[in-house]
Every structure is written in C-alpha cells, then in structure tokens.
Design a protein around this ligand. Structure first.
Ligand SMILES: Cc1cc2nc3c(=O)[nH]c(=O)nc-3n(C[C@H](O)[C@H](O)[C@H](O)COP(=O)(O)O)c2cc1C
Length: 394
C-alpha cells in the first residue's frame, strides 16, 4: 500500500529516536521512499549516518549551509505524507504555535501533506495540561495521532509515554495514504514501446522507455488508486501495482481489453507499433538469403478498442509528435478520448528516456492547455488532477 509513497520522516530529540531507524526501514520495506529531517536535538540521540545509510540520502538537519538553498520547501513539496516519530513535547508545542525555528517545523508549515504524529515522552510530560491541550489542537487540525503506549520508559519508570510500535505507525501512515484523492479508483496504465518480431532475434521497436507510463502508474497508486500497469518496457520501475508484461501490440491489446470490466480510468501512455511484419520468420534470417524488404500489416488499435468497448472507462490517450502539435487536437476528436496528452518528443527535455516532459492537454471540444517542462512524476500528478477535475471528483 505504501509503494511509491514519498514520506518525510521527522525525528525529534527523545530517547525513542533510535526506534525511528527501524521505522525508516519498515516504511522502505513497504515500498515507500523516505527522506529524513532531524531536529538538532535528535542528532544527540541517533546519528545522521544511520538514516543516510538506510535511505540513501543525508537527513536534513540545518536550514542553511547545505547543497539545497531551501531544504524545507523542497521536502514540503516532495512529501505525500509527513510522519513525526518520535515527537517530543517541545516539537508538539512548536507545531501548535507555528514556531518555525528548525527544518522539521518549517517543513511541516510549508507543506499541505497530511501529518502523522507519534509522541513519546515521560508519563508526566504526556499527561501535562500543556501537552494535552497541544495534542487536542493538532488533532483538531487533522493530524493523525498514533498515541504512545504504556510500558517501561527510559530510566526504568513504567507508564504511558512509550513510542507506539513502529508497525502501528506504518499502519497509521497506510490508513492516511488510502484516503488519497484517487482512493478506490481502478486504473489501467500502458507503458513502454511494443516490439514486433521479425524473426526470433530481431524486432521492429521504438524508443519509448516507459518512464512516463511508470510515473503515471506510480503516482496513481500513491494517491490510492488500484493500478494495473500493462507494460512493454523491460524493467518497470514501480511496485505496489499489478504489472502485466507484454511484448507486442497484439499482446498489449489482449491484456488491456480483457481487463476493462470494472476499470474506471485507462491511460494509454505506451508507444504501440502501428504496423508489424506480415509474417514472422521461425528461424533467424541469414544475411545472404535475407529479404530486401519486409511486408507490414496494421496492428490492433488498442486505444480504439478501449473506446469502443461496452465497458469503456474514462479514456486518456497520448500523442507523441515531432514538431507542431497541430494534429493532436484533431486526434483528440478522432480517437474519441476524454483527454489527450500530447508532447513534442523532438523538443529539448521531452524526448524518449528523458526524466522530464513538456505536455499539452487537448480536450474533446478542441480546447487545450499547455504545461511547463516538468519532472515526469509532476506531469503524472498534473494528469491525475486533470482527470479528477474532468470526472467531477474534486
Ligand atoms: C536523556 C533525555 C531524554 C529525553 N527524552 C525525551 C522524550 O522522550 N520526550 C520528550 O518530549 N523530551 C525528551 N527530552 C527533552 C528534549 O530533548 C528537549 O525538550 C528538546 O528541547 C527537544 O527538542 P526537539 O523537539 O527540537 O527535538 C529528553 C531529554 C534528555 C536529556
């Protein structure tokens, strides 16, 4: 359920900070990407190197002096969810007042992501009127609270205040994520470029990497959708979605068309071959006897098949153009899609294999909306926002 989710984990200065290392590991095991932000006091309890080793990136501790001139806004924009575990009484008070004096508080204030908070402290601190009032305020703001447990505390005392079990925190995060804007939506995404066999070793292919389709699948899953990715790409960089690997246009058509029952949205981002060899040589063709030409026949039109299906879902098509996008408006009408995403694959930053894309949305009524050059993940987010708006899900 956490596959593809981007979690900012805030660690504060309490004894239980060492348990945040195990929590990081559990979140990653559940498929999440984790970045850590520590209060300066937290570094007195657990080393930055531990989180760097677990997550693959240095935790943010200081607001100034690092490679990122604005780490708190970077983290804030990146996060799907912010988790603060353990949360000290001090951090809880600062969150209430909005005292943005360290990178963690600044990140929370700069973000619109949901917040999961797991307090840990001595019983007296937890039961103090100030903490109780502060917790009530945060709950009133919609924070998901994972309350501390009863148990042995640092110093040998026994009482309420021990950090909740990391798996209970993972469960709370999963619960928050399942409430995403696409929760419960059944989605099919196609990705990659199909390969049309000439003989057992050769094929006609294209330069599609599958990155755009993968991003669309990943973001949809992160926002709560149930995603099936039908892909012709070699290594789909996704988890937490059902992956159906195919090779040819025929296989992709069959895989998609047979899964339309119950599908709410289909996003056809794959580069499907328009033609395939009329015959496939059963043995490797030899240079000496090889043909000088290959007869081609049309492949099935996957998009049209979805459009004409009695189970037709909300349909998003992709158009990879080179040069002008003029044809895309006509294509949006001709193909019967609800939304066409067109891009100029010859332009800088938008080519196959690139991590960025500059797309234009075309609507069936002939209107369009251009988007700036964005990361493919951000294009995917914009696409799903558009789908929500067009389907009246906002
Ligand atoms: C040994 C030790 C253990 C502490 N454990 C906790 C704790 O579990 N919970 C808590 O709220 N404060 C605890 N504190 C106090 C916090 O470290 C202190 O309030 C600090 O200002 C918190 O800063 P931060 O919230 O910015 O990380 C502890 C202090 C010490 C010296």
């Amino acid at each position: 359920m956490l596959a593809g989710r981007r979690i900012v984990l805030g660690v504060t200065g309490g004894v239980a900070a060492y348990k945040a290392a195990y929590l990081t590991r559990r979140l990653i095991e559940h498929g999440a990407s984790v970045r850590v932000v520590m209060t300066p006091t937290a570094t007195r309890f657990v080393g930055e190197a531990t989180f760097a080793a677990l997550t693959g990136s240095d935790p943010v501790v200081e607001m100034f002096g690092g490679s990122d001139p604005s780490p708190h806004t970077t983290l804030a924009a990146w996060a799907d969810v912010i988790v603060i575990a353990p949360a000290t009484a001090s951090t809880i008070a600062k969150l209430v007042s909005g005292e943005s004096s360290n990178a963690l508080i600044a990140t929370v204030l700069a973000s619109t992501a949901p917040v999961v908070i797991a307090p840990a402290m001595h019983t007296e601190m937890w039961e103090h009127a100030a903490t109780r009032k502060n917790m009530a305020t945060l709950q009133g703001r919609g924070y998901e609270v994972v309350p501390p447990e009863v148990g042995e505390l640092a110093g040998g005392d026994v009482g309420v205040g021990r950090l909740a079990d990391p798996d209970a925190i993972v469960e709370a995060v999963t619960h928050v994520v399942a409430d995403g804007p696409l929760a419960g939506l059944a989605v099919i995404v196609t990705a990659g470029g199909t390969r049309e066999a000439i003989d057992p070793v050769r094929f006609i292919g294209n330069r599609s990497s599958g990155k755009m389709g993968n991003a669309i699948a990943r973001v949809a899953a992160a926002q709560g959708a149930l995603v099936t990715l039908v892909t012709a790409a070699d290594d789909p960089d996704v988890s937490g979605v059902v992956v159906v690997s195919v090779e040819s246009a025929d296989e992709m058509a069959e895989a998609v068309w047979s899964r339309l029952d119950g599908c709410d949205v289909a996003v056809m981002a794959a580069a499907v071959a328009d033609f395939k060899p009329a015959t496939v040589d059963p043995t490797k063709m030899k240079r000496v006897s090889g043909p000088t030409s290959i007869e081609l026949v049309p492949t099935p039109d996957v998009l049209r098949g979805v459009h004409e299906s009695p189970d037709r879902p909300f349909l998003v098509g992709f158009a990879a153009e080179t040069g002008s996008l003029e044809d895309a408006a006509a294509k949006a009408k001709r193909k019967g899609v609800d939304l066409l995403v067109a891009n100029d694959v010859a332009s800088e930053g938008s080519g196959f294999g690139s991590d960025t894309n500059e797309v234009t949305f075309f609507y069936p009524d002939g209107t369009s909306k251009g988007m700036p050059l964005l990361d493919k993940d951000d294009v995917a987010r914009a696409l799903w926002k558009e789908v929500q708006t067009l389907r009246g899900m906002d």
